[in-house]
Design a binder for this molecule. Structure first.
Ligand code: FAD
Length: 430
């Protein structure tokens, strides 16, 4: 009826509709062009907020980082300097230079000062307790309990200080659960997949039988799960916990535990997040698998999307064990993988922003621009909470500051602790 009344008007309305569609498209193209210009990351004004001394320090540190011989041997060089200069001398050398560039401070008052400054610049801190553990470094429960206390302290600091709206922190599972057990679990679950509910039950303190583990291993697994449970309980509804990805020989175990935490704590919000390393050939299928499981099991999924930090070690190991290289053949392939997975997540978010979240954790300007452009095309809010960006403290401030100035949510991954505590982190991550 209404249609028949309108019908005579339709031919006259059609051109109007066409022009409005064209106008819309033209406006969208203009907006996207503007976005490309503002996110060119070439505006030196981004550095106006930095003091001259800070710029000079960054220039010096990054100049040193441009010598491959120094970067490739930085671990050895640091150990030699520490032996020659002693603990105090080494600390005096590192504190005003590399440490000040990449680490927030040693105690809460130093950390607070750095965080308040960051807050004024529109950046949000994502605290990281720098603990690097690898095979053969397994220690007793006491050490893992101490690490748990450090993480609980990190939850408290992230939550109780008004440094950032919607605080986040990073968590390394191998700081709470022995890397050797994670390797064993990985071997077991590749042959016989574990039921998520089994792990959730164990977290809840129910008696469970872990297939493939002996009594000592099962007892340690249970202690590790209780530690993780305690941290998740302390952080839920307060601080978002982003679990780090590590090496391929233990990642499946880390993901199993993280998924179990998601199943338990992400029913109505994204509190526990997992990390996906796009340098891995299997990264897309891992991400699609996680999306599928989150749908089937009814939990929300948080994704930290990174390229991956352990390329050289992964490749050396694969070669030594005559295995297929798990890493993409070249940087370009990793980029395609990263940008593709980014698109998968942004599409999912545009459909269900309350179920999925992503942190685009990269310093790569092209990926950042791609993310911003897709957000615009898909109508995702810059600061709606479901998409944010992440860079490491002291790195690519021009990217972080420009994004923050344009109204995006930007987190800086912030390690803290003494020079000695942060040394392994500085060796691995920088
Ligand atoms: C907030 C934050 C959290 C992070 N958390 C983690 C984590 O949990 N786990 C983790 O592993 N890393 C983590 N990283 C580090 C990250 O994986 C990268 O190592 C780092 O960010 C550099 O990658 P990019 O995208 O920033 O820069 P780009 O310079 O664009 O890319 C460098 C990366 O590309 C890849 N690449 C380089 N050359 C090749 C090649 N020849 N073939 C294939 N790939 C190549 C490598 O992954 C390399 O690190 C994190 C980074 C940030 C910013």
């Amino acid at each position: 009826m209404l249609y028949s009344r309108l019908r005579p008007l339709l031919p006259r309305l059609m051109p109007l509709r066409m022009t409005s569609t064209e106008a819309c498209t033209t406006m969208k193209v203009k907006q996207l062009n503007l976005l490309e210009e503002t996110l060119a990351f070439e505006d030196p004004k981004a550095f106006r907020v930095k003091r001259f001394g800070e710029l000079l320090r960054a220039l010096g540190v990054f100049h040193l980082c441009s010598f491959p011989v120094l970067v490739n041997n930085c671990g050895k060089l640091m150990m030699i300097s520490r032996t020659i200069l002693g603990r105090r001398g080494f600390s005096m050398l590192l504190r005003p230079t590399v440490y000040a560039q990449f680490v927030a401070g040693e105690n809460e008052s130093e950390i607070s000062q750095s965080m308040e400054k960051m807050n004024l610049l529109g950046l949000r801190p994502m605290l990281a307790v720098p603990i690097e553990e690898d095979l053969g470094e397994s220690t007793g429960e006491k050490r893992y309990d101490d690490n748990m206390e450090a993480m609980l302290e990190c939850v408290r600091m992230s939550h109780s200080n008004a440094w950032s709206k919607d605080p986040m922190m990073q968590l390394k599972i191998t700081a709470l659960l022995s890397p050797d057990l994670c390797v064993k679990l990985t071997t077991i679950i590749t042959q016989q997949p574990y039921d998520l509910d089994l792990v959730v039950k164990a977290m809840d303190g129910e008696p469970v039988d872990f297939p493939g583990l002996d009594e000592r291993e099962a007892a340690h697994f249970l202690c590790g799960l209780h530690r993780l449970n305690k941290i998740a309980e302390a952080s839920v509804n307060k601080v978002r916990v982003l679990v780090d990805a590590e090496y391929t020989y233990m990642n499946p175990a880390l993901s199993l535990v993280t998924m179990a935490m998601m199943k338990k704590f992400n029913k109505d919000g994204v509190w526990i997040w997992n990390t996906y390393q796009c340098y891995l050939k299997e990264s897309r299928s891992l991400l699609l698998g996680a999306l599928q499981i989150s749908k089937e099991e009814g939990f929300c999924l948080g994704v930290k999307l990174v390229r991956g930090a352990y390329m050289d070690k992964e490749r050396k190991l694969a070669e030594k064990e005559s295995q297929l290289d798990p890493i993409h053949n070249c940087w370009e392939d990793t980029n395609v993988s990263y940008n593709g997975s980014l698109d998968v997540m942004l599409k999912a978010i545009s459909q269900k922003p309350e179920r999925y979240r992503i942190i685009v954790a990269t310093h790569n300007e092209e990926s950042v621009r791609k993310a911003a452009k897709r957000m615009e095309e898909l109508g995702i809010d810059k600061d709606g909470g479901s998409v944010c960006f992440g860079q490491l403290l002291g790195m690519c401030d021009h990217v972080s500051l420009t994004l923050a100035k344009e109204g995006y949510a930007v987190y800086k991954s912030v390690p803290y602790g003494s020079v000695d505590d942060t040394l392994p982190y500085l060796r691995e991550e920088i």
